[in-house]
Design a protein around this ligand. Structure first.
Ligand SMILES: *Cc1c(COP(=O)(O)O)cnc(C)c1O
Length: 396
């Protein structure tokens, strides 16, 4: 496509240009309609152009777009208050993206050790197959080599341990460790839910060594997994957690949330960003939070997720390359014993958008208001695509 020539080719783009969206549906510039089971990668959790969010955004557009964080921003304070009311956090720092939220979390963990605990500790333990972003610090935190290639030297202070391996964790803790950071369900790494025993060991080690527990909720948060935040499945309270994707339903906003004891480590001048929590971003976030909590959408995500998994497992049983279905709520991964790129391309041709997670996992992230009919339609398309593709590839 013509317009791509003026862009850095950082994305291998699908040959589709989407121009309009409503609810679970998207239209391309040729007038074709697609059922969206990606949600912009767990962003449009309320569907496209959600009326309540749109109304708030339009209203705010008439009032005020931007002022500096040197002033009080009432919407920002309101959104922070709501987020602390519905979680274990006491304070919020707003930014614009997931990577920035994680960057803030890493900075805060280091600075808390330096300024408050007066300890020379800076290492953060993260996990293999994790994904935490693309800035230098967050790509270093990410437990996948492919995002690091050619970007050395990387910042110091990151140590990796195998995910879901409780026994291995003890060995990577040193007198320099200040925090452990993880996703409760690894998203990009293949839709891998954390094992409860593994999580228990993390919590135990954080207590024993006075480490901060950082949970990256950028993909799992905002109702996606059947709870408002995925750590609620495990009955734990992280010291810090991060949000972005679903918080603005498509309007860019990120947040780093933490416990009260961390406040003094992030005093005036310690950290900042021009666009974090502008009136317009915060108004959008408020509308999203009110809609998700007001309609109990995490519960709905849990129920619809169960339905989706049941229907998928019926539709896929007997497929020679089908391995398993996993995930929580409406964050669902279907593992095959072969790469799923071709399935995704064929699903697009049949009007369904799904996304890859690792080479062999087909990831489904419908919006939280998805209907049973839409689930039936998606499952039917996936069934047709994977059985067609299997018979084509075995006969060729
Ligand atoms: C997407 C994602 C990020 C990075 O968010 P950006 O907004 O792209 O910077 C970080 N962590 C997780 C778990 C993610 O899914």
């Amino acid at each position: 496509m013509e317009q791509q020539h003026a862009l850095f080719p950082t994305y291998a783009r699908y040959p589709i240009a989407l121009v309009k969206g409503e609810g679970s549906w998207l239209w391309d510039d040729q007038g074709n309609r697609y059922l969206d089971f990606m949600s912009g990668l767990a962003v449009t959790n309320l569907g496209h152009a959600h009326p309540a969010v749109k109304e708030k955004l339009q209203q705010q557009l008439d009032e005020l777009w931007h002022v500096s964080n040197l002033f009080h921003i009432p919407n920002q304070e309101k959104l922070a208050k709501r987020l602390t009311e519905i979680s274990c956090a006491d304070a919020v720092f707003f930014c614009n993206s997931g990577a920035e939220a994680n960057e803030a979390a890493i900075k805060l963990a280091r600075r808390y050790n330096h300024q408050v605990l007066k300890k020379d500790r800076y290492e953060v333990i993260t996990f293999q197959q994790s994904f935490h972003g693309r800035t230098l610090a967050t790509l270093t935190a990410t437990g996948q080599d492919k995002v690091k290639e050619g970007f050395h030297p990387l910042p110091e202070g990151f140590v990796y341990s195998p995910y879901n391996d409780a026994a291995a964790l003890q060995n990577v803790i040193t007198d320099k460790t200040c925090a452990i950071m993880l996703e409760m369900v690894q998203g990009e790494g293949g839709v891998n839910p954390a094992d409860p025993q593994f999580v228990k060991e993390i919590v135990r080690l954080c207590e024993a060594h006075d480490l901060l527990l950082i949970v990256d909720e950028i993909q799992t948060g905002m109702g996606r997994t059947g709870k408002m935040f995925a750590f609620e499945h495990y009955g734990l309270e992280p010291d810090i957690f991060t949000l972005a994707k679903g918080l603005g339903n498509g309007f860019p906003i990120g947040a780093m949330l933490g416990k009260a004891k961390l406040k003094e480590a992030f005093g005036a001048g310690s950290h900042g960003t021009t666009f974090g929590g502008t009136p317009i971003a915060a108004a959008t976030g408020l509308a999203v939070v009110e809609t998700i909590t007001g309609q109990n959408l995490p519960q709905r995500a849990a129920e619809m997720g169960e339905l989706l998994k049941q229907k998928l497992s019926t539709a896929l049983s007997g497929h020679p390359q089908f391995v398993e279905i996993r995930g929580k709520g409406l964050m669902v991964g279907i593992e095959f014993s072969e790469p799923v790129g071709e399935y995704i391309a064929k699903a697009q041709q049949k009007g369904l958008l799904a996304v890859q997670a690792g080479p062999n996992v087909l990831r489904l992230l419908p919006n939280l208001l998805v209907t049973e009919e839409e689930i039936d339609q998606a499952v039917n398309t996936i069934h047709n695509v994977v059985f067609d593709t299997a018979s084509v590839s075995s006969s060729s």
